[in-house]
Design a protein around this ligand. Structure first.
Ligand code: CMP
Length: 141
């Protein structure tokens, strides 16, 4: 089915000038970028986005990292976009990420892991809505 998913290029990947290469991987895989913006997240924004992890031991480090520099957030649209994006990203821990995935190629650690992607249909809806108003999304014909 046609789906939308929320993708974030994290501060580590922005800092190493990898925005273009990462967006290119989405496009070459047949996912269309239908919304996009660059943001410096506030702590409040990062905490709200990752609210489901609030009780996890890594939450503070996660918020510190996600506010350490600009991020690029985009909505990817396409056939099975949620799973397709997760396959392009590879495992959360880059040491476990398959060869050729974004995290294998650009990530340094489980914290500085280059990208985020929605993990389910429910979180995709919540996460797209967290960053984009309806009129900021430009679906393809
Ligand atoms: P992300 O997909 O953005 O979702 C939450 C983030 O927390 C995750 O990627 C990792 O960068 C970070 N994180 C740090 N430690 C862990 C951990 N032990 N398990 C899962 N995520 C972690």
């Amino acid at each position: 089915a046609q789906e939308r998913t929320l993708s974030i290029i994290k501060p580590d990947a922005v800092a190493k000038n990898a925005i273009g290469e990462i967006e290119s991987r989405f496009e070459k895989a047949g996912l269309s970028i239908v919304a996009m913006k660059m943001l410096q997240l506030s702590r409040e924004q990062a905490e709200g986005f990752y609210a489901e992890h609030k009780e996890r031991p890594f939450f503070r480090d996660l918020v510190d990292f996600m506010t350490s520099g600009p991020v690029v957030v985009q909505v990817l649209e396409g056939e099975n976009a949620i799973l397709a994006n997760r396959e392009l990203m590879g495992a959360t821990n880059p040491r476990e990420a398959a060869v050729g995935t974004i995290r294998a190629d650009f990530a340094e650690s489980i914290d500085a892991n280059a990208v985020h992607g929605s993990d389910s249909a429910e979180s995709a809806i919540r996460e797209v809505d967290y960053f984009f108003r309806g009129d900021e999304i430009c679906p393809r014909a």
